[in-house]
Design a protein around this ligand. Structure first.
Ligand SMILES: [Zn+2]
Length: 54
């Protein structure tokens, strides 16, 4: 199951998420980014996010 740890992006943030598919995980990450960090990941950000998805 793909998982994401916000700290891996260099954020001082305890958020972790996992989902059955990478697409669903990306939805959760996008929502978290908006709510917790007030940002909308752009293309470069997504490339960085994908490198830390395990
Ligand atoms: Zn975060």
């Amino acid at each position: 199951m793909p998982s994401f740890v916000c700290k891996d992006l260099g954020m001082d943030c305890p958020f972790t998420a996992s989902a059955p598919t990478e697409a669903e995980l990306e939805k959760k990450i996008a929502e978290h980014a908006r709510k917790a960090h007030n940002l909308n990941p752009d293309k470069d950000m997504w490339m960085k996010i994908k490198t830390v998805i395990k």
